[in-house]
Design a protein. Sequence first.
Length: 277
Amino acid sequence: MKKLLVLLLVLSVLWVVKISFDVHQLSVGQDTLIQQQSALEQRNASLNDQLAAINRQLSGVAPVEGNTTSANTVSAVGGLKPTVLITQQLDLVEFALQQQQYSFAVDKLNQLNLDIYTYELAPALKASLHQVLTKDQKIVMQFVQANLEQQNKIKAVLDQIDQAIAQEIKTQYTQPEPQPEHSFWRRWIQVESVRQPNAVLMQRAIILKEAQLGLMLAEQQLQKGQYIAFQQELTGVIQTLKQLPDAKTQYFIQRLSELKKIPANTVPALNTRALLG
């Protein structure tokens, strides 16, 4: 029996060491994600400025056809019609939005709107394309802003749960165990045995550490824009916590289940594509 307990403790310690190493590796990646989030916040502020400019542009008059970024008009490139070239540019914008390459998508859409008068198209179609592209710019930037705000809210909840789990691991070892009442003489002559580590507490700490690891993986998937993978990681964390049916873990499970119910923001369809047919 003693050998079995020693083996269990050794395996538990090895598992804790492994999880600690994985957490350290993920912490390095998390620092990079924090830097990326800071850059996204700065980009969000820039997008707000651009959104205000587009609102002013929508209320103004469409630019004159002669005011273009190039003196030459584009009739065809590689045998492709101008409408096909514009459609390809729109494909790039939508793909960039799906990959969360927001800066590239916005810049590409802005450049396309500026270059629209260099294409060999009917004047009426050029004016209509410029108007619709301007509206698409506004829609895209509203989507980007809403997506960033949603990510920040989810990340804040994940951080709260992670901190609560870390505190739970810390406090479970610091809480004194209740001592049974003994008579004065029994307490005086009692020889204390060497206290053995509580296997139940150690197992609980391992499960909580594993849940923390899952939260870090989920946050990484969220930052990458992989919402399905993010929800799968949350499901894994919930399944891990279900091994501990106490009040604290039930609270964690409830918060994570609420996060899973938050729908992902759908990439908006570009109205310019409908105009081109």
